[in-house]
Structure formats: C-alpha cells, structure tokens
Ligand binder design. Structure first.
Ligand code: ATP
Ligand code: MG
Length: 582
C-alpha cells in the first residue's frame, strides 16, 4: 500500500492518469464512463463540507480525491457548502474551510456554491414532487414517525396522512413555508414504500420546519430541506458527473437516484462511495472534535495536537506532506485504520528534504571551556541542510561559555552511553573536541550546575588532525549569543489506538494522553532563530522538526512547536508497552 515512488507533477490530460500511485477504483469508473461517452466527456466533482466544524485530515482525503481526480481528467471540482442545518452551522466554519482547502493547494476558482443558494429551486422541486403525487405532508410527531418506520426485519406502517390529496399537500406545504406552523408539527415526506427493505426508502423526510436564523439566508426560510433531498439535487443542478462520498452513504444511494429519477432532472450524477479515513491514536468525527474543544481538553480547533488541518498546520505539517499522505493511503471500498506513523513518516520525509538545520538546546546545561579565552569569540561554518547542497552554510558563534543538552552528560555513565562524561572527549558539532574535566554541583540539592571542559584548538571544524576519534557529536549554543525560546513538545493526543473502543458508553475522553503536551522554557537557540517567522519550519539537530508557532510568537520570545521527532520513537514506546503487557 505504501508507494514510495516520488509524486510526479500532475498535468491535466484526459483519460491518462499521471501516476500509478494514484490509480484507484474510482479512477477506473471515471475512465469507463469517459470511454462510454457518458456526460459528454466531462468530469465534474465537488467537495461538499457541512460548515459545522473545522476540516480534519479525513476531509483532506476527500479534498485530494475530488480535486485531484478533476485535475487529472481535465475537469473541475466545485466547493459546495452543505448548509441545510442552521442549528449547527456558522460563518466561522465557512471561513476556516475555505482557508484550509486553499492551504492544501486547491482552487475552486469561481465555483464556490452553497446548498442555500438553491433553496428556492429545491422548494420548486418539492412542489413538483407533491404535484406528481410523490410527496406528502405528514403531521405525525417525530417519535411517531420513527415508530411507524419499522425495523430491519419488520416493514413500516403507512402514515395516516399518506393519502392526503395533492391540493391539501400543496396548501399545507406552502403554509409551512409561510411560517404558519411551529417546529415539529409537519414534515414533507417522499411517498416511496413503507415496506422497502432499505429503511431510507420508507417515506423519508424531505423537509422540516425550523424557525431559526440561517447564517446566509437569515430569516427568509423556516423550512429546511434534508440532506438526502438536497445533496442529489445540488449535484444535478451543478452538473456534477461523479458524486464521491464516504461508505456510510451507500444505503442512501437508492434514495439519491429515486429523487433524481422521479423528478426527471436533466442530469443524473453518479454517486460513488469510498472508505473514510480512520487514523490510529486519533478521533476524526466532528462530534468528538467538538467535544474536545468544548470540554477544554485542547486549546481550540487549531491546537497542534488536533487532527484538524488548522491544527496540523500550526503543528508544522506542510500541505505537500498531507497530499503525499492522501495519495499513499489510496482509496478503497472497505473501512480500515491507517497508522498515524505513516502521516508522521510523510512529514518527516518532506521536512528532511527542505527544513534548514539549526542548533537548539531544549534542557540547557552550562559548559565552561576553561582554556578558551574569556573575551574571544569566533564564527564557525555550519551546513544548512546536508540533504540539499544548494541550501548553503551559515555561521554560528562560539565562545567560552556554552549550553549543551542536559541528557548529553552523565556523571556515571552506563556502558552504552557514549556522550559526555567526566574525563571523556566528544565533538561539538562544527566546532571542537572538548573534554570534561570537572563537574560543579549545587551544594544543597546535589544537582549538576555546570561542567568545566577543555577544548583542543587543533580540532577546529570538528576533526582531529592526529586522526583520533570520538564516539559522540553534540549540539550546543553559545551562552553569550543564544536567544531564549519556549518549546512545546507534543505527543499523540490519545494513548489508545482506537479511543473509546471497547467502552460501552464509547467514552473516548478517558483515553486522552495526560502527557500530550510538555512545555520547556527557557530553551537556548542559536541566534539566527531570532529571524524565524511564524510558521517557519526547522530541524533542530538531533532533536526533531519544529516550527515557529503561528500565534504565540514574538521576536522577544519565540515559541516553537515540535512537529515530529526525527525517528519514530512512538513505535518504540508502543513496542515496549506491548512487550510489557505480555
Ligand atoms: P464527520 O463524520 O467528521 O462529522 P462529515 O462527513 O459529517 O464528517 P462533512 O462536512 O459532511 O463531514 O464532510 C464533507 C466531505 O468530507 C464528505 O464528502 C465526507 O464524506 C468527507 N469526509 C468526512 N470525513 C471523512 C473521512 N474521515 N475520510 C474521508 N472523507 C471524509
Ligand atoms: Mg456530513
């Protein structure tokens, strides 16, 4: 499944997908349709979010698929807000969704639509259904309608209002629109078959009364169309050819087709279902994401631990890495869970190629080079990215007092610890060999306060002319020159692979990882990082990839978020946990 082939540039070209990696069953369907001359050789897709939350990585799969297929076949993809439920929707969500789709790298050009744009047309279609005797106003309560619906094993019961005359239905429906009735008193239902094995066809509700202000249409409407009625008609109106949605809509397809066939719309899109993305250690349902935000378990929709696109962006994920991920996971007909490690692999791979390397010390320990003159300082040449010779070099200042990482020193090291220890020599990256000669401890606590070392001037640049070797190379910063910064270390938000699984109440909050955020302050960074702009990504040598926070950022005290570690340490932790459990 993991295709490691580099993504090629996609050029719009009919009938000729550019990448084998992108081959999938939907592509085959489209190819066959084009071959058969269906839809006049056009491909029109759409991405149809409901503006009731922020987009997440699962939506990215759908966005990449819809926009990607359209581009590959020389077609177009619309952005359409499915805004038929004023109770839960908001312009804040509309704005964030537009921003996120654009950020991912897709362009709907002038094709930004709203289901609410079609409210009048949809209403006219509803009247058509009533006139054709295929819809009726039902005055049962919601609970009664559910009861009359029957079960998977028992047929439903027909509503006593099912045979209302057309004229009465027209009158009632028009008065529903005019606001004459309170919420819940009447609905408009399709007249299909109360004994249909597919429950969606047992006279589904098409319209309900909601006296509620809509974020776009205001108080113009007090009846709102249901998803199943709206979606297919919006697709038809827009000339969508392939209406791609997730598997849970498979049982809605007969209704999708019923509405279009019954109304004999000039155009009949084809609905195709694919498996939604599930990610380990993550929840991807908007209901659950809302609960995380509202419950204060995260700082907001764009908390860097959230699987939302705004969270991933703030965490330091690039659109390119997310698109690569979506391509690699492929498109299938069966639900499965993708290991979040694959997502991390994709961002690591992208940043490895592009992120400039810098030195930053997260848990500083002071080192004094006894034989380095107090007033001296020098600039040492450091490579910006060994993966990219074009990235050039920079100069980092060196002086007598430095900081190294606390965990790079052990007073009494075990056998496999090769870093600094009393009497031992190591290399400071791009600088000199140093040797630890003395450890200074706090008289009361016994904590190590500073190390005294000597350096070998002959090893400038990091190599000994006499050919002697050291077993470790440490990163460091010069105390006089470095800047202070706050660093936020993130881990997975959940400790359970499938949060809430196996709990009768489905409670996923109990699976939150109490250690998903660790704040380190002050960290010491090489001075060049004072020029970091919000969102800039770096590799902190030996530590991982980090990015300057978009919001909590000032040049006086920058904040860096850890995007991902250098290696998959999480896999190791999991393996250990599994080992222990055995
Ligand atoms: P959620 O289940 O998270 O509440 P939703 O399906 O209600 O999501 P919509 O705004 O209706 O959210 O989704 C817009 C589009 O994105 C739909 O076509 C939907 O099928 C698709 N989508 C949503 N979640 C995923 C997912 N996890 N994987 C793939 N596609 C998804
Ligand atoms: Mg939905």
């Amino acid at each position: 499944m993991h295709n490691r082939r580099p993504a090629q540039e996609k050029q719009p070209q009919k009938n000729a997908p550019q990448t084998a990696a992108a081959a999938n069953f939907i592509r085959s369907i489209i190819e066959a349709d084009l071959e058969a001359g269906k839809y006049g050789g056009r491909v029109v897709t759409r991405f149809p979010p409901e503006p009731n939350g922020y987009l997440h990585i699962g939506h990215a799969k759908s966005i990449c698929l819809n926009f990607g297929l359209a581009a590959d076949f020389g077609g177009v993809c619309n952005l359409r807000f499915d805004d038929t439920n004023p109770a839960k929707e908001d312009v804040e969500y509309v704005d964030s969704i537009k921003e996120d789709v654009r950020w991912l790298g897709y362009d709907w050009e002038d094709r930004l639509f709203y289901a609410s744009d079609y409210f009048e047309k949809l209403y006219q279609y509803a009247l058509d259904l009533i006139r054709a005797g295929r819809a009726y106003v039902c005055s049962l309560s919601g609970a009664e309608i559910r009861r009359y619906r029957g079960t998977l094993t028992e047929p439903g019961t027909e509503s006593p209002y099912r045979n209302r005359p057309v004229a009465e239905n027209l009158d009632l429906f028009q008065r529903m629109r005019a606001g004459e009735f309170p919420d819940g008193t009447h609905v408009l239902r399709a007249k299909i078959d109360m004994a249909a094995p597919n429950l969606n066809l047992r006279d589904p509700t098409l319209y309900r009364i909601r006296h509620m202000t809509h974020h776009r249409t205001g108080d113009k409407w007090c009846i709102y169309p249901m998803y199943d009625f709206t979606h297919c008609l919006c697709d038809a109106i827009e000339g969508v050819t392939h209406s791609i949605c997730t598997l849970e809509f498979e049982n809605n397809r007969p209704l999708y087709d019923w509405v279009l066939d019954t109304l004999q719309t000039h155009h009949h899109p084809r609905q195709i279902e694919f498996a939604r993305l599930n990610l380990s250690y993550t929840v991807l349902s908007k209901r659950k994401l809302v609960a995380l935000v509202d419950g204060g378990h995260v700082s907001g929709w764009d908390d860097p631990r959230m699987p939302t696109l705004s969270g991933l962006r703030r965490r330091g994920y690039t659109p390119r890495a997310i698109r690569t991920f979506c391509e690699r996971i492929g498109v299938a007909k069966r639900d499965s869970t993708v290991d979040v490690a694959l997502l991390e692999y994709c961002i690591r791979e992208d940043l490895n190629r592009r992120a400039p390397r810098v030195m930053a010390v997260l848990r500083p320990l002071k080192v004094i080079i006894d034989n380095y003159p107090e007033d001296r300082e020098e600039m040492l040449e450091a490579r910006n990215n060994p993966e990219d010779p074009g990235a050039g070099t920079r100069r980092v200042p060196f002086s007598r007092v430095l900081y190294i990482e606390r965990e790079d020193f052990m007073e009494d090291p075990p056998k496999k610890f090769f870093r600094l220890a009393p009497g031992r020599e190591v290399r400071l990256r791009y600088a000199y060999f140093i040797k630890c000669v003395r450890v200074v401890k706090n008289a009361d606590s016994g904590d190590i306060e500073e190390l005294h070392c000597t350096y070998d001037p002959a090893t400038r640049g990091g190599d000994a002319p006499d050919g002697r070797k050291v077993k470790a190379t440490l990163h460091w910063v010069s105390a006089r020159h470095c800047i202070d910064a706050e660093v936020r270390l993130y881990e997975h938000l959940f400790v359970a692979q499938n949060p809430g699984e196996d709990r009768p109440d489905g409670d996923f909050i109990v699976d939150l990882n109490p250690n998903s955020l660790e704040v380190l302050d002050p960290c010491k960074m090489e001075p060049g990082l004072a020029a970091a702009r919000p969102g800039d990504g770096y590799q902190f040598e030996r530590l991982g990839y980090f990015c300057a926070d978009q919001y909590d950022f000032s040049s006086a005290k920058p904040v860096f978020n850890r995007t991902v570690t250098l290696r998959d340490t999480w896999a190791k932790i999991r393996r250990q946990a599994v080992g222990k459990a055995r």
